[in-house]
Write a protein that binds this ligand. Structure first.
Ligand SMILES: NC(=O)c1ccc[n+]([C@@H]2O[C@H](COP(=O)([O-])OP(=O)(O)OC[C@H]3O[C@@H](n4cnc5c(N)ncnc54)[C@H](O)[C@@H]3O)[C@@H](O)[C@H]2O)c1
Length: 280
């Protein structure tokens, strides 16, 4: 995969993993259409990235708004021409809660950003990336929580949205099989970002900002999280090698194996059921 001189559209680019992705892309000579709901932080990030000898444009966007995403894609194309890389990365998290305690408004927000945001990105940009015929890649940011529900964190609603991002990525990879476009799904464990401040970024049309980021939550993220720049470098290496699942932490391997064993136990139970039926 050639990077230099190409263009990437990155959502959630003002902070955290999105900014780490932008830094890695810029280091490889990729021009950047950077989008985020936080316009002021986005402009600050764009200014930083413009020092890397690549072209940059800040495009404020609420990814949960399909029409706004289509307009943002038009703006990026008008500025840069063909878009080669799409990083559907913007996402939010909520305070862990049992599913029955989550309000319809909270569901709308988390599904709106984490699921519709990815769908809107795919709808707005993949047809254009297919049409121009130049090699490119789509990276959807899910989470290790998109492959198992963490029994300690109990963040089931978040995990539900990230399972959806994994499924969307698997489906997209099949839809684009044999084409000039590759697909990856990024599944990190904890990264030292500003995800703890998600409530401050709820779009106005979904209720607006609420609550305050808890300092303990922020501290916990930064105490155990890996640097977002490491994630950016890892992603570029994986894209260059066309890897589908992009992991950033080795520790969750055991959780994933345990989940796989639970799935297999379901098939073992079916075998026993069938044997009982055959014996009747
Ligand atoms: N930090 C982690 O530990 C971790 C782990 C696994 C997955 N992730 C995922 O990584 C992605 C990036 O998150 P992060 O950890 O860098 O957090 P972050 O909060 O630092 O960055 C997310 C960015 O998305 C933006 N954003 C939020 N709502 C938006 C909206 N409606 N439209 C456009 N932009 C919006 C925010 O303003 C922010 O700049 C998310 O999808 C998150 O779920 C994070």
């Amino acid at each position: 995969m050639e990077f230099s001189g190409k263009t990437a559209f990155v959502t959630g680019a003002a902070n955290g993993i999105g900014l780490g992705l932008c830094r890695a892309l810029a280091r490889s000579g990729v021009n950047l259409a950077m989008s985020d709901i936080e316009a002021a932080q986005l402009e600050a990030a764009r200014r930083e990235l413009s020092s890397f000898n690549v072209r940059t444009r800040a495009i404020p966007l609420d990814v949960s708004d399909a029409d706004a995403f289509a307009r943002a894609a038009d703006e990026a194309e008008a500025e840069f021409g063909n878009i080669h890389f799409l990083c559907n990365n913007a996402g939010i998290t909520m305070k862990p809660a049992p599913l029955w305690e989550i309000t319809p408004q909270q569901w709308e927000w988390i599904i709106g950003v984490n699921v519709h945001g990815v769908i809107n990105g795919i709808r707005a940009l993949v047809p254009r990336m297919k049409a121009h015929g130049e090699a490119g890649h789509i990276v959807n940011t899910a989470s290790i929580g998109g492959l198992q529900v963490n029994p300690k964190l109990r963040n089931g609603a978040y995990a539900m949205t990230k399972y959806a991002v994994v499924a969307a990525s698997e489906a997209l990879a099949l839809d684009l099989e044999g084409s000039h476009l590759g697909v990856s799904v990024l599944c990190p464990a904890i990264v030292a970002t500003t995800l703890y401040a998600s409530a401050q970024r709820r779009p106005e049309r979904l209720g607006g900002p609420f609550g305050r980021p808890s300092p303990e939550y922020a501290k916990a993220f930064h105490a155990v999280g890996i640097p977002p720049d490491d994630v950016g470098r890892r992603v570029l290496d994986a894209v260059a090698r066309n890897e589908f699942f992009i992991f950033t932490h080795a520790e969750p391997r055991e959780w994933i194996e345990a989940r796989h064993q639970r799935l297999m136990a379901g098939f073992d139970a079916l075998d026993r059921y069938q044997a009982r039926k055959d014996g009747e």
